[in-house]
Design a protein around this ligand. Sequence first.
Ligand code: FAD
Ligand code: NAD
Length: 475
Amino acid sequence: MSDSYDVIVIGGGPAGYPAAIRAGQNGLTVACIDEWQNRDGSYAFGGTCLNAGCIPSKALLESSELLHRAREEFPTHGIRIGAATMDVTQMQKRKAGIVKASTQGILALFKSAKVTGLAGHGKLLPGRKVEYTAADGTVTVLEAKSVVLASGSTPMPLKSVPFDGTTVLDSWGALDLAAVPKRLGVIGAGVIGLELGSVWRRLGSEVVVLEALDAFLPMADGAVAKEALKHFKKQGLDIRLGAKVTGATVAAGGVSLSYADAAGAHTLEVDQVVVAIGRRPNSAGLLAEGTGVALDERGFIRVDDECRTGAKGVYAVGDCVRGPMLAHKGKEEGVMVADLIAGRYGEVNYRTIPSVIYTAPEIAWVGQTEEQVKASGRPYKTGVFPFLASGRARAMEATAGFTKVVAGADDDEILGVHVIGPMAGELIAEAVLAMEYSASTEDLQRTIHAHPTLSEALHEAALAADKRAIDFPNR
Ligand code: FAD
Ligand code: NAD
C-alpha cells in the first residue's frame, strides 16, 4: 500500500470496482477500499450485487425455476423423472459457490489492472484525503488526486416491522434461508419482493405479498403490469394491493402482521417476513466535516450529469446517487468518471437504461411506457406481438407474454420497448442498442432476425406498429 494514489475509490460494488479497473486501464495508480463483510467475517469485493443481490438472487431464481419446470413442463415433453424435489442445502451451496467465484474474480481483475484492493473502511477528509481504517483497526491517511465515492445502498427499514435477522428479514436474509418457510410474508411488491417471493413460492411456500400502493408495478408499462399480475396470481403469489402494514408481533414460531386496506383492518400470520420496501443510500461514516460533498434530503450524494460532487476532484456513482438503483447504471457511471478523470470522453445515456425483473415470465423494458408517452402529448403508435404466435416460444413451452414497441407517430422514432416473456432481459438488449442509435421502427423492421428465434417477436412488434406484422393478424 502506498500513501498516495491518482484515484481512490471508496466502495467496491458494481459501481466502484469498474471505476477502479477502468482507472487502472487508463494508466492511473488506483486503490479501491471496501468494507463488505460476509457472515463469516471475511471481506469481499463486489458489494451488494455480487454478495447479496443480483448474483445470488439469480442463482436461486434459476434453481427454483428448474424445479418448477421439472415438475410442470417435463411431463409435457415426455420426460418422466418421478417426483422432483429440492435439496435446499445443495441449492444454497451452489449459490455460495457462484458468489465466491464472482467476488474472487474481482481480485484477479484488480491484479490485471494494477488496482490495489484494500479491505476496510474509507472516509473522505477535506482536500481529497481519505482516512483508511484497515480490517485490523490500523488507521492511515491516504492522498489522492481524485476520489470516487461508490458507497452503495442498504435495505430500507420499516419502523413498525424492525429487522431481527431471523423472523423479520431483509433481502440478504431472504436469500440465505436454510429451509423453505411454510408461510412467508413479503412487504413490498417491488422488484425484490417479486423475485424473492417467486423463489420461495416455487419451492413450496405460501407467499403473501403486501403492497402499500393500489397500483401494481407502476413503473412498468400498464399492459405489461396487468399481464404480469395475471401470471403471478396464477402461480399462487397472493399479492394484496393497497395494504398498509401497521405493526408486527414476533413470537416463537412466527410473526403476526397487522395491516389495513380499503376493506378494513386485517392480521396475517406467517412464519417469516421479508421487508423489501426499497433501499436507501449508504453514507454512514463516509464523509468528514468540511469535504464540500453535499447530500440531498433523502441522503443521496448530490452530483451533476457527469457524477461530479460539489468538491473538486470528488465524484460519486451508483446507488449512492440519484437515478435507478441498478448495477449496470452504476457500472456505466463508474467507467464514465474513470475516463473523465483520465481526460478521456465519458458519458452515460440515462434515457436508455434497461430494467429487468427476473421473474417467470421475465419482464424488461427500456425508454418510456405507453402511459408516459401519452401523458407527454406526443402522437404515438404501438405495435404488439404475443409470444403465443412465436414458433420458437411454442417450441420452448414459453408462450406467456408479448413484446411491445412504442414509437412516435410522425417520425417513427422508437420511444420505448417492453417485453414480458421468455428471455426478456436478453431480448431488451437489441432495443437498447436501437434506441442508443435513435432507431425507428422501420430500422428494426428492415433488420434480419434469425428464424426461429425469440428475437423475431421484437421484429414483429416493430412491424405491427405499422400494421405490417406477418405472423400475427394486424389490428
Ligand atoms: P453496492 O453494491 O451496495 O456496493 C457498495 C460497496 O461499498 C459495498 O461493498 C459496501 O460495503 C462498500 N462501502 C460502503 N461504504 C463504505 C465505506 N465508507 N468504506 C468502504 N466501503 C464502503 N441490480 C441489477 O441491476 N440487476 C439485478 O438483478 C439486481 N438484483 C438485485 C437483487 C437484490 C436482492 C438486491 C438487494 C439488489 C439487486 N440489484 C440488482 C441492485 C444492485 O445490487 C445495486 O444497484 C448495485 O449493487 C449498486 O452498486 P453500488 O456499487 O452502487 O453499491
Ligand atoms: P422497489 O422500490 O422496487 O419496491 C418497493 C415496493 O415496496 C414498492 O412497490 C413500494 O410501493 C412498496 N412499499 C414501500 N413502502 C411500503 C410499506 N410500508 N408497505 C408495503 N409496501 C411498501 O424496492 P425493492 O424491491 O426493495 O428493491 C430495491 C432496489 O433494488 C430497487 O431500486 C431495484 O432497482 C433494485 N433491484 C433490482 C433488481 C433487478 O434489476 N432485477 C432486483 C432486485 C432489486
